[in-house]
Design a protein around this ligand. Structure first.
Ligand code: FES
Ligand code: FES
Length: 156
């Protein structure tokens, strides 16, 4: 049995017939080929799969595609505008916050949500808020610096 799901992804309405058990992360990766959203665990712990659902960060491996029916989803592919990196992406590049890069998309999506809610986060807040995003390279120092710089850049 399949069900029809329509989700607006990066501004584009997308309708697919999927199995009811299809996770949002599978919908994005396997049905839309948006492979920037990563799967790093099977325990909802790593945060590599974070996307925005109606503007809020969500671990895309924890909800079904059907639960996002009618929602607006933004993935890492949707952050850059007019060929220009998002300020948070730029900050990660500038501050050498990319190591292997596997966790980076989820980290950036969480960081953008954080900066939207708290435009001036201190180091403690950033570390606390990014607890749900694991970097296996464990080099969190530059990631934290990048998130603070990205939040500042988003303030303009
Ligand atoms: S893949 Fe979703 S939290 Fe790890
Ligand atoms: S940069 Fe490698 S897992 Fe984070």
């Amino acid at each position: 049995m399949t069900i029809s799901v329509t989700i607006t992804v990066n501004g584009q309405p997308e309708t697919r017939d999927v199995e009811p058990r299809t996770l949002l992360v599978q919908f994005l990766r396997e049905h839309l080929q948006l492979t920037g959203t990563h799967v790093g665990c099977d325990t909802s712990q790593c945060g590599a799969c974070v996307v925005h659902v109606d503007g809020k960060s969500v671990k895309a491996c924890t909800i079904l595609a059907a639960q996002a029916q009618g929602a607006k989803v933004t993935t890492i592919e949707g952050l850059a505008q007019d060929g220009k990196l998002h300020p948070m992406q730029e900050a990660f590049r500038e501050h050498h916050a990319l190591q292997c890069g596997f966790c980076t998309p989820g980290m950036i999506m969480s960081a953008v949500d954080l900066a939207q809610r708290n435009p001036n986060p201190n180091e403690e807040t950033v570390r606390h808020e990014l607890e749900g995003n694991l970097c296996r390279c464990t080099g969190y120092h530059n990631i934290v610096k990048a998130v603070m710089a990205g939040a500042q850049a988003m303030r303009g």
